[in-house]
Design a protein around this ligand. Structure first.
Ligand code: DON
Length: 521
């Protein structure tokens, strides 16, 4: 809610959606550092109303220059558990600060300093610790306690503070202020860069000043697709999100889902997820490093070929495609959607990866560093923290971006638009898919974010569903079709906006599974 407020404040000051996105991202660094922040990265899908221009600002982290394909393996070639997740060796070079500078300058109206002001104030004055933040601290207390700077900022004498405790982050306020005053140089060069490199290296990391200095935001052309006339705009590589989403929709457009009974519909959707996530594992990585058959993967003919192999009444075993274990449930990362009065839009997904990222903070910086290195494939075929497998396309290399699942998206029909996205690691894409199908069926933002969810990612070969998403009869019917099912509680934290052209109504909704708020003025 405090980040939403920061965005609304900037809109009220005459800022556009892009200014608001900068303000929200920066505020999230302060109020939700377990999910996203300037020590991490993000992907921002922008729509400029004046000329209809769509673009993706890629502020994804990249690997340090001393990183290597086998850096998380022991001398026998086994992946060292958690090496790519804990401490500064798991941190890639942050992209968010550069992205905020870039967006404010190129697309915003108010200037970086005004956009960052609400976040700086929140960091300096503090805010009362909420229940969600408290619970995340409990979850990561032991890891945070390993690093004195992190301990000093988010713990109270080494212990998790009570809900309501005033959390002040003066170092983070200073870091944001340096960014506001000096732009990129405030973070990627000079004093803060030196502190980060010194802190990271003293704790076993491999960052260099050059790694920071050379980081660059890349603007990329979004991917587009079509589902029965609904125009889909989504994130290109280094995210797998758009490719997988569009591939699934292409497969599904050959079915009459509107008239399929619910079990039949779940079956087709799941099979399409399986095939597309399989292609993710096989082909996708950083476009600056690997060549990918994107046109093929997103072509309707290719989808038709896959569809022809799907039986109407039986699950395809994933082992028939090509092997691996259970993903860990993730609940970090943040998504937000912004629409301003001129029709400019931002769909932004921002992350430090797992809860509190690496849990590491370099002394004096106030910045929680990400553990995005785990989004690479540490070894071909060995699952990462989300159970995702990959091969050389997503192997670690110096200054390469790890493959993401973040899927900030726009949907456009004759009747209106939707802006949507969510955290959830590998489940992001399937959530955005289900949200897209719901919008197609007439759902508004509230319906899209509340929808019960299910997910299949090829490996493990398990159809996961939220409590209550399937009836007992549906579970039985799916088991009869040879599905292995797992009830996984709840996941995701979707933030969506819909605008119905016919009624003029704008709906902004936050996922009931989280603590977010949607505001319309
Ligand atoms: O870029 C990615 O795909 C992941 N780093 C996102 C992590 C995430 O969504 C964590 N939330 N559960």
């Amino acid at each position: 809610p405090l980040a939403t407020r920061a965005g609304m404040e900037i809109l009220a000051q005459g800022g556009n959606a892009f200014d608001a996105a900068v303000a929200v991202s920066a505020a999230l660094s302060v109020v939700e550092p377990y999910s996203s922040g300037i020590g991490g990265g993000g992907l921002w899908l922008l729509h400029r109303a004046s000329d209809g221009f769509d673009t993706l600002v890629d502020g994804r982290e990249y690997a340090p220059g001393a990183a290597s394909a086998t850096m998380y393996q022991d001398k026998d070639g086994n992946v060292i558990p958690r090496a790519s997740m804990d401490g500064p060796l798991s941190s890639a070079i942050p992209g968010m600060p550069a992205a905020l500078v870039y967006m404010a300058k190129k697309y915003g109206r108010l200037g970086l300093a005004r956009d960052l002001a609400p976040a700086i104030k929140l960091a300096r004055d503090g805010f009362p610790l909420d229940q969600r933040f408290h619970d995340r601290l409990v979850g990561k207390q032991a890891l945070l306690q390993r690093w004195p700077a992190a301990t000093a900022v988010v713990l109270d004498q080494g212990q998790v503070p009570a809900v309501g405790w005033l959390l002040k982050q003066p170092d983070l306020a200073d870091t944001l202020e340096l960014l506001a005053k000096q732009g990129d140089a405030g973070f990627y060069q000079g004093k803060r860069a030196q502190q980060m490199v010194d802190g990271v290296r003293a704790a076993g990391g491999i960052w260099t000043l050059d790694d920071l200095r050379q980081y660059k935001v890349v603007e990329r052309k979004p991917l587009t697709g079509d589902y029965h006339g609904m125009h889909v705009v989504s994130a290109p590589p280094p995210s797998s999100g758009g490719v997988v989403l569009i591939e699934i929709l292409n497969i599904l457009s050959g079915y009459d889902l509107a008239h399929a009974d619910p079990v039949q519909r779940i079956h087709y959707v799941t099979e399409a997820m399986r095939y597309a996530y399989h292609d993710r594992a096989d082909y996708l990585g950083d476009p600056d490093f690997v060549q990918m058959p994107l046109r093929l993967l997103m072509s309707p003919d290719y989808a038709a070929g896959l569809r022809a192999t799907i039986l109407p009444d039986r699950a395809t075993p994933s082992s028939a495609l090509t092997s691996v274990s259970m993903p860990q449930l993730g609940n970090n990362t943040t998504h937000y959607s912004v629409l301003d009065k001129d029709g400019n839009r931002v769909s932004g997904t921002v992350t430090v990866n797992f809860s509190f990222g690496s849990c590491f903070m370099a002394p004096g910086t106030g910045v929680v560093l990400n553990d995005e290195m785990d989004d690479f494939s540490s070894k071909a075929g060995v699952p990462n923290g989300y159970g995702l497998v990959g091969n050389s396309a997503n192997a670690i290399a110096p200054h390469k971006r790890p493959l993401s699942s973040m899927t900030p998206s726009f949907l456009e029909t004759r009747d209106g638009i939707a802006i949507l996205g969510t955290p959830g690691g590998s489940r992001i894409i399937s959530m955005v898919l289900l949200g897209s199908l719901d919008f197609f069926d007439g759902g508004d933002a509230r319906s899209i974010v509340s929808l019960p969810r299910y997910h299949h990612q090829y490996l493990p070969d398990v159809l996961e569903y939220e409590d209550g998403a399937f009836t007992d009869a549906q579970v039985a019917a799916l088991q009869k079709m040879s599905y292995t099912l797992a009830d996984h509680g709840h996941w995701g934290n979707m933030q969506a906006i819909t605008w119905d052209y016919k009624t003029g109504k704008v709906t902004a909704a936050a996922d009931p599974r989280g603590i977010g708020t949607g505001e319309v003025h």
